[in-house]
Structures are given as structure tokens and as C-alpha cells.
Design a binder for this molecule. Structure first.
Ligand SMILES: Nc1ncnc2c1ncn2[C@@H]1O[C@H](COP(=O)(O)OP(=O)(O)O)[C@@H](O)[C@H]1O
Ligand SMILES: Cc1cn([C@H]2C[C@H](O)[C@@H](COP(=O)(O)OP(=O)(O)O)O2)c(=O)[nH]c1=O
Length: 706
């Protein structure tokens, strides 16, 4: 099946080029040639605008197999007639006129064929394979066959010229190409009719709709569906945006190549590199981003394509321009792949033909418009050379156009990202990076949270238990509902885990130890902390996630990023509102513990260096997120410490409770920069937040509460 569709697409492209060349060849003057070439190609794209929108209704209303077969047979006849008219000795004017008419009809018919095919494919392929099948189709349609077609045609022509043989008229390369185009349609028609019978038939839903609604009603409903389904609307607009980016670059490439001081060859290079990027993006994209949410990937790809258009606008060297063009192609390709795959999955069989008609037609129109418009715009302004010391840079209309187009594209990308984000609250860059490394982040568990979560952290003997009791007593005296808890061992399950990790005897291996603490935490959060926060209590915990980052991460020297990820998974992303870090010199702390006279547990008996690492890990964590931390010198008298805690907490408790919002919380980031920042901002409000780049300065207590 793919072979036939690939062949058909090869035929299409070679046909597009050949009709243009063929028409041009009928004229002597270069002006006539240019007009004929451009004219026929424009005609090939024009029907989309006029008749395309109805095509989708066809695909949804009638049997898709018959639709495909009949349209292919019609195309076979019309494409095949173009060279035959020339053979029977018609005048150049008639030949070109006929080529134009036949192309126009063929293209119109194609517009009915494509939605029928697109709508049928998801019914043939299991959902999990759709991306792969799309990769194949898109790479063959847009990546490989246009290049092959151009190469084959130019090789044929050159070969014939060099060999010096005079071929009969009917065997000229261009003629052959046109026949190939025609026969590829016949081959597709035969294959679809005899080989892919499953395409035929109508679902009960489609049958019913066709019986009850007029074609016009169905047409209107198609548009209404696209306009009112946010996901579909976002996808459609996004795909257009990505193609506009590509079109702008193609349209501006010629002038741009000149402004870089590079010649004609650079133009072809830029052009070719875009298609290369397209093929690579479609072919390798899914392998690179692996499990990343496809909805997020879609928006990110549009931003990549548009960002690269802007980058192109700033390029002052051909190599930069080539890199930019490659990324434009890659971004557009990935957006197209992600977009069509999502559309296949999201759109019901009954409206699929109409949606795909709009996408296919829209893509052609957008591409055509972008190419023509940018070609026209760059011709307008003059350019000025600016001396930048080491480099001269041409400030031209082209550059301005690229910058503006890129900026608009980024806006489109971010808008569609927001509209369809299925992992709200998970920072984008960390998510992307995690996915590339094979560890996608999961979104925070949602729950209605009205309470306040306070955690005490610090080394051994820092005075955590003492401060937890003092704070709890004070809060209770104020009439708060207080839940005092600790890690490890606050629950029955936890108590058993606590014995496993802390009792002297067989020590668990470092990773096993980390998993045991995580298991205790998962159970603790699920059965104690979340329920208490949900009912509005103040939860005060002796130790939480930071202890794992400090002890298992820095202390045992396991990768902190991994411990952070593990904890985030265990807690479903629940972050404390306030962490009080009681900072103590390990010597002082351990001697306090000794004076308690209860002997040392397994961790207390670790080396001095271990406890030093733990101490500095805690301080690093606090420094990385000052809004959330209160660092206090544990050497101060206990009452001073409790007073400082109380005054900091007063701010938090005084804040009127937010209306119930989904919890967006996670563990604090690990101290090394490599650690994915698992903090989750509230629903994406600011563009910066979309990328996890929110700034840390404003200390707004209301935010912390969410
Ligand atoms: N601020 C303080 N100054 C001096 N000693 C303290 C202070 N806070 C607590 N202690 C004492 O230190 C020991 C350890 O305190 P504890 O609260 O159990 O620490 P942790 O829970 O951090 O291990 C206890 O004997 C406690 O009385
Ligand atoms: C919560 C947690 C504790 N720990 C260690 C730190 C402590 O040495 C030990 C038990 O903590 P804790 O109950 O606070 O003991 P103590 O009251 O004696 O200070 O568990 C970790 O290593 N990782 C963790 O995630």
C-alpha cells in the first residue's frame, strides 16, 4: 500500500514539475516561459481555494473506496491527455490552454481523493501504529519524492541532451514524466479497488448523517466542528503556522541568499536544506523525543520552526542560514507529523474527511500565500549595510520579514501549546529533557488543597522534633486543626519500612535504601498528608523529600536528579508550602543526639564527611528556592527558633485561602543544575512560565499556597 501511495506521490510531484516545464517549453521568450511556468503551477494549486472545501463532504458522505477509485481514473484520463494533445499537432496556445485546464481538473479531483484517503487510513491502522504510518506517508510525500522527482527529471533531460540522440516526440523526458504521472493514478486506482477493499463501506454514524443531512448542512457542520473543538482548532492553526514559516523562508530565500553575498547556488542549497530538515524531523523526531506528550511536542515544534525563522533573520553567514533553514524544516516537519497524528486520533470517522480537507487545502494555500507574499515583500524594501566591527550585516526587508514572521509563528506555537497542553504544571524544558533521556515527567496528581504543609529539615540533633512539637502546640492553641507527622515511619507500613532502613543489621544497598524511603513517603503522602491538606489542616512534618535528596543524594552520592524524580513520583508532585531548615554543625548535632543516650541508628553512625555533605546539600536546596525556605541557625535557643518560625508562618496562615485549585506541587530541585526542576507552577499564566523560566523574585505568599 505504501509503495503505491509513494509511487502516486512521486508521480504527483514529477507531474507538477513536468507540467510547468512543459508549458514553459511551448514559448520562446523568457517572459512567456516564466509566465507559463508560474501560471500552470499556480493553476495546480488554485483549485484548492475554490473547490476544496466541498471535497471533505464527499469523503464523509460517500463510500471512500469508490471515491478514491473514480477520482483516480478521472485523473488518469486528464493527465494522460496533456501530452497527447501535443502529439496530435495542436498549436502552442492550445497545448498550454489544455495543459492548464487538464491540470486544473486533475487538481480539483485530487482534492477529493486526498480527504477520502486521509479519512480512511485511521480505520485501517491500529492507533498505536498511526504515527509510524504517518511518518512513512509524510516522508515519502514531502521529503523524498519531490527531491527524487526533481532529480529524475533533470537527469533524464540532461542524459537525453548529452547523448545527442533525437527521441521521437512521444518519448521526450517531459512527456514520459507526464505519462508516468497519469499511469501512477491508474495503478493507485487498481490497487485501491482490488487490493484495499477495507477502505470501502460506511460506519452506521456516517450512513445516518448522510441520510439525514443535506450536503450543505454537512459542509457547515464540518466548519463548525473545527471552529468549536479547541483541540482540533489548535491543531489546524498550528499546522498552518508551521507551513507559513517554511513558506516565508522559501519565498525569501532567493533575496536572502544574495544578501548573504552568496549566489544562486546558495538559494538551491537553502531550499534543499529545508526539505532535508523536513525529512529528518519527520523521520527521526519521534525517536529523539520518545515518550514526550505529542500535544506538547506539537506546540514545541512550531516554536522551533518559528524560532529558527527568526534565527535565519539574524544570520550573517551562510552556515548559520543553512543551520536555521534545516531547523525550520525539522520544526515544520515535526509539527506536521505530530499534528496529523493527533488529528487522526482525535477526529471521529464521521467528520474526518472534512477536517482533513481543510488541513490539506489550508496547507497548500498557506504555503502558496506565504511564498508569494514573502517573495513580494522582500522585493519592496532596500537594504542597508551595518558595520558590526568584525562583521558586516545587511539590514534588509528580508531580515525584517523573517524576524516578524518568526515572532508571529512563536506566538502561534505558544497559543496552541497552551490550548492543548495535557501536562499542565509540568515545566516544559524539564519535561522535554526528561523525555529525551527516557524519563518523561508525569503531571502532578490533582486534588483540592486548602491546608498548609510545613516541613522541618536538618541534620541529626538539629532540634526538629523539639520545634515540631512547639509549633504544633502553638497552632493548636490558636485553634488550628494540626496534624503532626514525620518521615520515615508515620504509618503502620512506614513503621515497618523504618525498621528495615534504620535498625542495625543488614544494611540495604543505597538504591534499595532510596526506594524504601520513597515507599514510606508515597504511603505517608497518600494516607496522611493529602487527606489532611484536603480537609484544610496544617500539616507539620519532621523531614520530607529534602532528606532523601541530602542523605541518599549527597550523602550516599546517588544522582540527585534521579532521587528528585523518584520522590516526585512517590509524592505525586506534592510540595511543602514552607520548609524550615535547622542548620547545625554535624559535630554539635551528633553530640546532642548522644546526650539523649539512646545510642545511634544506622545513619547517625555514618562518617563525619557524610554528615557534612548532608548539611551542605540542605543549604544548597534552600539557596535554590529561597521563597519556600526559612533557614535558621539551630544553635540558637529553642524559643528564639520557634518565634522565628511562628512569625514566618503567620504570613502564610493569614493569607485568605485560595479557592480550591488543583495542587501543583512537587519536590524542590536537586542542587545540581542537571536535576530536572520538578517544581510545578500553577496553570500556565505567563509565557515565561510555559518554559519553566518563571523568575524567583516576587515573594507572593498566595502563590505558595496553591
Ligand atoms: N535549640 C536547641 N538548643 C540546644 N539544644 C536543643 C535545641 N533544640 C533541641 N535541643 C536538644 O537537642 C537534642 C536533639 O533534638 P531533637 O529535637 O530530637 O532533634 P532532631 O529531631 O533534629 O534529631 C534534644 O536533646 C533536644 O533537647
Ligand atoms: C526521611 C528520610 C530520612 N533519612 C534518614 C535521616 C535520619 O538519619 C533517619 C531517621 O530520621 P529521624 O526520624 O529524623 O531520626 P532522628 O529523630 O533520630 O533524627 O533517616 C534518610 O536518609 N532519607 C530520608 O528520606
Amino acid at each position: 500500500m505504501w509503495l503505491v501511495l509513494g509511487l502516486a506521490s512521486f508521480g504527483d510531484w514529477i507531474g507538477l514539475l513536468a507540467t510547468g516545464i512543459f508549458a514553459a517549453a511551448q514559448f520562446q521568450s523568457s517572459a512567456g516561459q516564466g509566465a507559463a511556468f508560474g501560471g500552470t503551477i499556480a493553476v495546480r494549486l488554485l483549485p484548492a481555494l475554490l473547490l476544496g472545501p466541498i471535497a471533505g463532504v464527499f469523503a464523509d458522505r460517500f463510500d471512500r473506496r469508490y471515491t478514491m477509485v473514480i477520482t483516480d481514473l478521472i485523473r488518469f484520463v486528464f493527465y494522460g491527455s496533456i501530452p497527447i494533445v501535443a502529439l496530435i499537432g495542436a498549436s502552442p496556445g492550445v497545448i498550454v490552454a489544455w495543459a492548464t485546464i487538464a491540470t486544473f481538473i486533475g487538481e480539483t479531483i485530487t482534492l477529493i481523493w486526498i480527504p477520502a484517503k486521509e479519512a480512511a487510513v485511521p480505520n485501517l491502522i491500529p492507533k498505536s501504529r498511526i504515527e509510524v504510518s504517518n511518518q512513512l506517508t509524510l516522508v515519502t510525500t514531502y521529503g523524498i519524492t519531490p527531491i527524487l522527482a526533481a532529480l529524475a527529471l533533470s537527469a533524464l533531460t540532461a542524459g537525453v541532451q548529452q547523448s545527442g540522440v533525437t527521441l521521437p516526440d512521444w518519448a521526450q523526458p517531459v512527456q514520459l514524466a507526464l505519462y508516468l504521472n497519469a499511469f501512477s493514478r491508474l495503478a493507485t486506482a487498481i490497487t485501491v479497488f482490488f487490493g484495499i477493499k477495507e477502505i470501502g463501506g460506511k460506519s452506521a454514524e456516517r450512513q445516518q448523517e448522510a441520510a439525514q443531512q443535506s450536503m450543505f448542512r454537512q459542509f457547515l457542520d464540518g466548519w463548525k466542528y473545527i471552529g468549536t473543538t479547541p483541540l482540533v482548532r489548535g491543531l489546524v492553526l498550528g499546522i498552518f503556522g508551521a507551513f507559513a514559516a517554511g513558506g516565508v523562508v522559501i519565498g525569501a530565500a532567493k533575496t536572502f541568499a544574495t544578501s548573504l553575498g552568496a549566489g544562486e547556488a546558495a538559494f538551491y542549497l537553502l531550499f534543499g536544506v529545508i526539505f532535508m530538515g523536513l525529512a529528518v524531523g519527520i523521520g527521526l523526531g519521534p525517536m529523539i523525543i520518545r515518550e514526550l506528550s505529542r500535544r506538547r511536542w506539537f506546540g514545541m515544534s512550531i516554536v522551533l520552526a518559528s524560532g529558527s525563522v527568526m534565527f535565519l533573520g539574524l544570520a550573517f553567514h551562510l552556515s548559520m542560514a543553512l543551520a536555521g533553514a534545516f531547523l525550520v524544516g525539522a520544526g515544520a516537519g515535526m509539527a506536521f507529523l505530530a499534528g496529523t497524528t493527533l488529528l487522526y486520533g482525535e477526529v471521529d470517522d464521521a467528520v474526518r474527511g472534512r477536517v482533513f480537507a481543510v488541513v490539506q487545502i489550508g496547507v497548500r494555500m498557506v504555503l502558496l500565500l506565504a511564498i508569494t507574499l514573502s517573495g513580494f515583500l522582500v522585493g519592496l524594501g532596500s537594504s542597508r549595510r551595518v558595520d558590526l566591527g568584525a562583521f558586516d550585516i545587511d539590514v534588509s526587508a528580508t531580515r525584517v520579514l523573517l524576524l516578524v514572521a518568526g515572532a508571529i509563528g512563536i506566538w502561534v506555537g505558544i497559543s496552541s501549546f497552551r490550548q492543548m497542553d495535557d501536562k499542565r504544571g509540568v515545566p516544559v524544558l524539564a519535561d522535554l529533557w526528561g523525555s529525551i533521556r527516557g524519563r518523561p515527567l508525569s503531571p502532578d496528581e490533582e486534588f483540592v488543597r486548602t491546608g498548609v504543609f510545613v516541613v522541618f529539615e536538618g541534620g541529626e540533633g538539629a532540634g526538629k522534633s523539639t520545634q515540631v512539637s512547639k509549633l504544633a502546640a502553638a497552632l493548636e492553641a490558636d485553634g488550628h486543626d494540626v496534624v503532626v507527622t514525620r518521615e520515615p515511619g508515620a504509618t503502620d507500613v512506614g513503621a515497618r519500612i523504618r525498621r528495615l532502613v534504620l535498625d542495625k543489621g543488614d544494611a540495604p544497598a543505597p538504591r534499595a535504601e532510596a526506594l524504601l524511603y520513597a515507599a514510606d513517603r508515597a504511603h505517608h503522602v497518600a494516607t496522611v498528608v493529602r487527606p489532611a491538606l484536603a480537609r484544610g489542616a496544617v500539616v507539620v512534618s519532621d523531614r520530607y523529600v529534602d532528606s532523601s535528596l541530602a542523605y541518599q543524594g549527597a550523602g550516599r552520592t546517588l544522582p540527585v536528579a534521579e532521587i528528585s524524580w523518584l520522590s516526585s513520583w512517590a509524592t505525586g508532585g506534592l510540595k511543602p508550602d514552607l520548609v524550615v531548615l535547622l542548620d547545625v554543625d554535624p559535630g554539635v548535632g551528633l553530640s546532642r543526639v548522644d546526650s539523649r543516650g539512646q545510642g545511634q541508628d544506622r545513619l547517625e553512625s555514618e562518617s563525619r564527611a557524610f554528615h557534612e555533605r548532608v548539611r551542605y546539600a540542605f543549604l544548597d536546596l534552600a539557596a535554590a528556592d529561597p521563597k519556600r525556605y526559612l533557614v535558621l541557625d539551630a544553635g540558637r535557643p529553642a524559643d528564639e527558633i520557634s518565634a522565628a518560625v511562628a512569625s514566618r508562618l503567620a504570613g502564610l496562615l493569614a493569607t485568605p485561602q485560595e479557592p480550591p485549585a488543583p495542587a501543583s506541587t512537587a519536590v524542590p530541585p536537586g542542587p545540581d543544575l542537571d536535576a530536572p526542576d520538578l517544581q510545578a507552577p500553577p496553570p500556565l499564566e505567563e509565557m515565561a512560565e510555559v518554559f519553566g523560566l518563571e523568575d524567583d523574585t516576587p515573594d507572593d505568599p498566595a502563590r505558595r499556597l496553591r
